[in-house]
Every structure is written in structure tokens, then in C-alpha cells.
Ligand binder design. Structure first.
Ligand code: ADP
Ligand code: MG
Length: 717
């Protein structure tokens, strides 16, 4: 019988780079600036297109018109030539279906020309539009079976890039994915629509606030990604990690993060080598990675880029997850991006830093240094507060998933209650607004604060509240609740849409007030005061993890949607449908489709977990325990035999309950009821099985135990 033994740990610890040579690139060498090397950037496009055609293209894009065929052909040819010079043999329309991941269908550049040879060709038509079969992607009932076609459409606002492979590279063209009848089947279309809506609303507001220069407002995103790296040997020994991304069994190791020696600690050499290679790869793809560090849990790390426009940032986030996972394998590691790979150990999130920026590069959430900039800032900041309060349930729903149910509301993660943290200085400012100190107490004093502008706000460091799900951090909001494996597209789509709605509401009030008041400040302050009164309940600066907050939040009437089945119906709540249809981001049918897909994914995810847990318990853990029992019997130690026999019986009973839960399903009530059944029946049965199994892990002979243990996975690097 093959048993696990310490030798595997020794092999894991004595790693060698797998498949690549270490030190192959010297980043400090002159000319080694590889940033964007694999990107068909606007600069490359300009270099490769004739001047007149390039000018025509820019005009078309600016006006949002359809490309005419000759233009499209010219771009396609330039793109193909560039891609082939970079070793690409195939191209794909790279899109993001509702699975939350990315999809690609590869087509060769080469086509036969009839004389037995092949010629490389890529037309404008092929660039602009593709027709993948939509029937293999979740559509939430949008796609009728008689019309399985979907189509992909080139997104010229996100540059094409090359994914390398040792055997030939692939040109990826970011595209949108829609049904033949024009309904969005992906995450990019609504994101682009929401960016347009927010831009329109913000421009209207800026005009009222006296800015007539700005022509476009972009939403920006800088997502911080947390992840784990473990030795691949352990990963492949665990069906739970392979099937579900998390460990369904595993006793707490003797050493956890109690020592706090991991956070910001020095990074182990193998991990650092892997990180640097990942960053190198991402740099070539034009993803501007800036920060890396150890996270709180052992074997947990974080990577963060410099922020970009939401659309490009969301594409780059998908690439970041993909490259993290690809490169890890070269170092004999596996990258886990699940929200909770290890029970009892910190989970992984993805902090979504969000702001709005003008085409002139002005950050609308930057308090600025003049009274005018301050007013503008207070206006937009108030809009965000209103939006989060009004749509707290929907915002909660954007981060709901199987993995997140282990993280949100659990001890170390932000609670499922949405609240906004402003920080000490801003609290003081909003306090002044609330008290109506709009008449200057002394000449040149802004809001009676004793200075003529806002006091400087802490951008970093000290004044931080890590327990708040939605925190203002100096010049942006940091939404800390998204899960590590999630696409950030829908999160940002929702933020953009609900903030656009709040901006319009405030603009209407401001515009009315401007009719009777002589200055912008005099008109704006009463509007902000009334707005604050209405939305104040969502502001909270205390400890978001505390019991008191849960009680207080309930008193304030804030929603506490603890689990995914509680949260998802918010995606189709009347207020959601109203905002999304008003801003033409998603219609009712499209929202219902998304809701349906999300509920189904929850059910499927839990079903896979339940089945995997049952099969591992029955075919791996139970046999290990009975072998151990047989050894004890042979050794004639009755006390030990009794102890183990009792646990084996308990485990067998728990497996029986789990198998029954797995086989059942409610006969009525649709897919949401099914989701609730999974939550209320399957999860407890899995947990009960795990509880006995983890106790057995503590007594069964180590060489008989069939699974790598937490201490091995987390501490051998
Ligand atoms: P921390 O971990 O303290 O929150 P980091 O420096 O790790 O801070 O992350 C900050 C993130 O916020 C970075 O990804 C950064 O690009 C992003 N960010 C900074 N300014 C903006 C902005 N205006 N809009 C969106 N994201 C921003
Ligand atoms: Mg952060």
C-alpha cells in the first residue's frame, strides 16, 4: 500500500524551477523595459496605420460610430502583421461570459488557398465580429434553443494582446459577447454601458458646478488581489482542492497566524521568484503591477496594480488571475484564488478601489486644495454615500457566491452589512455640513472649519478602518468585500450605475437650489445637508466585526444579508430594475438572467462540494481510519481501539447523512429554494462530516493519513 510519508515534504521543500530557467531576464539591463511588449497598444496602432486612416479611426471611435469595412480591414491587417511578428499563429475573440472567467475559441490566421498551400489572412469582418456557439455558456434562459448563436464584438477601448505559449502564441482581442437578439451575455457590455451612464451624469453635475471643459468622465479601478501559493504536490493529492478550490477537510495546525510573523514579512525565495516572473509576464501584457507583499495568513500573498479605467482594469484583473495561476506551475506551486481555501485561516478578498476621473486627469474624489475643488469633492462623495445606502442590498449581492459564504461575516472579513467609513477628518466635515455651519464663522473659513479649504486628509496609514466594507481612503473608495476569485466587472457595473443615479438626484436638487441662491456654495450646502440626513445611517466608523455593530445596524434598518441565497434576490429588486433600466445598463430580462445564473452557480458549486466531501470521506478517510483501527486491534490496545472505533462509527453515520443530503432536492419552489436547500441541508452535513474527520486526523497514524495536512501545505515553501 502506498502511503504518504515525510519524503514528499522533503521533495516539496527542495524545489527547483520547473520548465524555465531562473534569472533568464535581467530587468536592470538597458533595453530590458518590457512593459507592454505584448500589447497592440494605441501607440503601436498609430505607428502601423497610414496617417489618414488612423485619423479616421480615431474620429469614428470618438463618435462611437460603426467602423466602415475598409477601416476595419486596415486595422485587422495591422493587428495580424504585428501579432505574427510576435509569434502568434492563432487569434481569439477573448470574452467574459457569465461564468465569471474568460473564454477563448482559437482560430488560425492561416487558410488554404486552393493550391495546397495556406495564406495568413485576417479581415476586418473577422476582427469586428465572431460567432461562437452561445449554447455552451450560461445565459439564464435568454438564449432560446432554436437560436444558439451568440456573437462577439470587438471592444476597441481595450487593447489586444498576445498570450505566449512555448508552441505558438495567441492574439487575444477583447470583445463583448451578446445574444443574436442583442442581449448582453457577458460582463463587459453592462460595464461599458454603466461607464457611459456615469460619464453623462457626472458631466451634467460638473457643468452645474461650473466646469465646462470636461468632456468625459472615466471610472477607475485598482483591484488588490489576495491569493495563496502552495506546493503543487500537495494540491494534486487533494481532490477537494482540485474540484472545489478549497480544503473540505483538515485540522487546525499547531501554528497559525497567531505569531503575526507573516504579514509584510520577508518573502520566501521560491515565492519571490514566482512573483517576479508573474509580474514580468503581466508587465509584458501591459498590466501595471505595482505592489506585492505577504498577507496575514501563512502562504498568503497580495498583488496590486496601478489603477486604470474600469474596462481595461477589469480585463487586466482577469489576466492577473490567469497569469498568477499559469506562472505558479513553473515553480512547482499552485495558486489558490478561492475565498477560503483553509478553514480557520484568513480568507482571500479582492479590494476594489474605485473612483471617477475627468478626461483632464482630475480625480473627482480628491478633496483638492481650493474651496471650489472641495465643493466638487463633497458633491461626488455625497453621491457615493447616497448610492451605497439606497442600494446596500444590491451591492451586497454583487459579492455573493459559494466561496464568499465562508468569508463575509466570518471573523476576519468585512461583515455582510454594507456601511461606509469616512475617517476622522471627513467625519468632522460632514458633521459641520449637518449642523448647517454653512455661514462662514470667520472670513475665509470653509464650513466653519477654521481654514479656507478642507483639512488635509490622510491618504494612507493611521486613519484606516480595516473592518469597514466600504471605506474612503483619501481619494477613492475601497470596497473590501469582493471575493478573491470574482470577476470585478459586475461589482463596478453596479457601483457606476447606482452612483450615476445618485449624482442625477443631487444634480436635480442643486439645479433647483441654484435658481434662488447666488453662489454654488450657498446652493449646495442645504442640498448636501438634506442628503446627509437621509443617508446618514450607512455611515459607521466603529468596529464592523463587533456584535454591537450587528445590533446597531439592525436598529438603523440596515440590511444584513448573511448568505448568498439571502443576497441574490437583490439583483432583481424593484429599485435595482428601476436604476438599471433607467440607465440602460441591463434590462429586466438581462437582470433576471444574471440572477438565475448566479443562483444556479451557487447550487452547482455546493453540489460539487457535497459530492466531493462524501467521496473523500468514504474512500480516503474512512479506509485510513479502519486500517488504523485494525492496527490497534492487532497491537491489542483496548483503550485506543474503543476511542477509534467510536469515531469510525460517527464518521460513517455522518457520511450517510451527507450522502442523503446530496441525493435530495426540494420538489417545489424553483432554483432559489434549491439554493436554500443546499445552504440548509448540504452545508451542515458537510460540516458535520468534516468535524469527525478532523478529529480522526488527530489520532490516526500519520503514515496512514491520506491527505496532506494544513501544516504541510501552509508552511513548507
Ligand atoms: P492598501 O493595501 O493600503 O489599500 P495599496 O497601495 O495596496 O493600498 O492599494 C491601493 C490600490 O488603490 C492600488 O491598486 C491603487 O492603484 C488603487 N488606487 C489608487 N488611486 C485610485 C483611484 N483614483 N481609483 C481607483 N483606484 C485607485
Ligand atoms: Mg487595501
Amino acid at each position: 500500500m502506498a502511503s504518504r510519508n515525510r519524503e514528499q515534504n522533503v521533495i516539496a521543500a527542495r524545489w527547483t524551477a520547473d520548465g524555465t530557467e531562473l534569472g533568464r531576464t535581467d530587468l536592470t539591463a538597458p533595453g530590458a523595459d518590457i512593459f507592454g511588449e505584448n500589447v497592440f497598444s494605441p501607440v503601436v496602432l498609430k505607428q502601423r496605420l497610414p496617417k489618414t486612416i488612423h485619423r479616421k479611426l480615431l474620429r469614428t471611435l470618438e463618435n462611437g460610430e460603426a467602423l466602415d469595412p475598409t477601416l476595419a480591414d486596415a486595422v485587422a491587417t495591422a493587428m495580424k502583421d504585428w501579432a505574427m511578428e510576435h509569434g502568434a499563429t492563432h487569434y481569439t475573440h477573448w470574452f467574459q461570459p457569465l461564468t465569471g472567467s474568460t473564454a477563448e475559441k482559437h482560430d488560425s490566421f492561416y487558410g488554404p488557398v486552393g493550391d495546397g498551400t495556406a495564406l495568413a489572412e485576417f479581415s476586418g469582418k473577422e476582427l469586428i465580429q465572431g460567432e461562437p456557439d452561445a449554447s455552451s455558456f450560461p445565459t439564464g434562459g435568454i438564449r432560446a434553443t432554436f437560436e444558439a448563436r451568440g456573437y462577439t464584438a470587438w471592444d476597441p477601448t481595450s487593447p489586444a494582446f498576445i498570450l505566449e505559449n512555448p508552441n505558438g502564441s495567441l492574439l487575444c482581442i477583447p470583445t463583448a459577447f451578446a445574444s443574436w437578439t442583442g442581449e448582453a451575455l457577458d460582463t463587459k457590455i453592462p460595464l461599458l454601458r454603466s461607464m457611459d451612464s456615469l460619464s453623462r451624469s457626472a458631466l451634467k453635475a460638473l457643468k452645474l458646478l461650473g466646469d465646462s471643459e470636461t468632456e468625459r468622465v472615466f471610472t477607475t479601478v485598482g483591484p488588490e488581489q489576495e491569493y495563496f501559493l502552495i506546493d503543487e504536490q500537495y494540491y494534486f493529492e487533494r481532490p477537494d482542492l482540485i474540484n472545489t478550490g478549497r480544503t473540505l477537510f483538515g485540522a487546525k495546525p499547531p501554528k497559525g497566524h497567531e505569531l503575526d510573523d507573516h504579514y509584510f514579512g520577508s518573502i520566501p525565495e521560491r515565492v519571490l521568484a514566482c512573483m517576479m516572473d508573474t509580474e514580468l509576464e503581466l508587465a509584458r501584457l501591459g498590466v501595471p503591477i505595482k505592489t506585492r507583499h505577504n498577507e496575514v495568513a501563512p502562504a498568503q500573498y497580495e498583488v496590486a496594480p496601478i489603477f486604470e479605467s474600469s474596462n481595461v482594469g477589469a480585463d487586466h484583473q482577469q489576466l492577473t488571475m490567469q497569469i498568477l495561476q499559469n506562472v505558479a506551475r513553473r515553480y512547482g506551486l499552485v495558486c489558490l484564488i478561492h475565498e477560503k481555501p483553509f478553514a480557520g485561516v484568513n480568507g482571500s478578498g479582492k479590494h476594489n478601489n474605485w473612483s471617477m476621473s475627468t478626461d483632464g486627469g482630475e480625480n473627482l474624489l480628491n478633496p483638492g486644495a481650493t474651496p471650489h475643488e472641495n465643493l466638487q469633492f463633497l458633491f461626488f462623495c455625497s453621491a457615493v454615500i447616497q448610492a451605497v445606502n439606497k442600494h446596500q442590498g444590491l451591492i451586497r449581492a454583487t459579492v455573493a457566491s459559494v466561496g464568499q459564504d465562508h468569508r463575509l461575516g466570518a471573523n476576519e472579513a468585512p461583515p455582510a452589512i454594507m456601511s461606509v467609513f469616512l475617517g476622522g477628518e471627513l467625519d468632522r466635515v460632514f458633521d459641520a455640513i449637518e449642523k448647517g455651519k454653512t455661514t462662514r464663522s470667520k472670513p475665509g473659513s470653509f464650513l466653519g472649519l477654521g481654514s479656507d479649504v478642507l483639512p488635509p486628509l490622510a491618504l494612507d496609514g493611521g486613519d484606516r478602518n480595516r473592518t469597514s466594507p466600504f471605506a474612503f481612503t483619501g481619494n477613492k473608495f475601497e470596497f473590501r468585500a469582493p471575493g478573491s476569485s470574482q470577476s470585478i466587472s459586475f461589482v463596478n457595473t453596479v457601483l457606476n450605475t447606482v452612483v450615476a443615479e445618485a449624482i442625477d438626484d443631487l444634480s436635480a436638487k442643486l439645479s433647483k437650489a441654484l435658481k434662488t441662491r447666488k453662489s454654488i456654495e450657498a446652493a449646495l450646502m442645504p442640498v448636501l445637508k438634506a442628503n446627509l440626513k437621509e443617508n446618514k445611517r450607512v455611515l459607521f466608523s466603529g468596529d464592523g466585526y463587533s456584535e454591537e455593530w450587528h445590533a446597531e445596524a439592525a436598529k438603523r434598518g440596515l440590511k444584513n444579508l448573511r448568505t448568498t441565497p439571502d443576497a441574490l434576490p437583490e439583483m432583481v429588486a424593484p429599485a435595482t430594475i428601476k436604476a438599471f433600466t433607467k440607465y440602460k445598463v441591463l434590462n429586466k430580462r438581462e437582470l433576471e438572467a444574471r440572477y438565475e445564473v448566479a443562483v444556479e452557480q451557487y447550487v452547482t458549486g455546493l453540489n460539487i462540494e457535497g459530492e466531493t466531501a462524501a467521496s473523500m470521506a468514504r474512500t480516503m478517510i474512512l479506509p485510513a481510519a479502519t486500517r488504523h483501527l485494525a492496527e490497534l486491534r492487532a497491537a491489542e490496545v483496548p483503550a485506543l481501539v474503543d476511542e477509534t472505533a467510536a469515531l469510525v462509527d460517527e464518521l460513517f453515520a455522518a457520511i450517510g447523512t451527507l450522502e442523503k443530503a446530496n441525493a435530495g432536492e426540494p420538489s417545489r419552489g424553483g432554483v432559489l429554494n434549491h439554493a436554500k436547500y443546499m445552504r440548509d441541508q448540504v452545508i451542515p452535513a458537510m460540516e458535520a462530516t468534516r468535524e469527525v474527520a478532523d478529529r480522526l486526523e488527530g489520532i490516526v497514524a500519520d503514515d496512514l493519513w491520506p491527505l496532506p495536512k494544513y501544516q504541510e501545505m501552509l508552511f513548507i515553501k
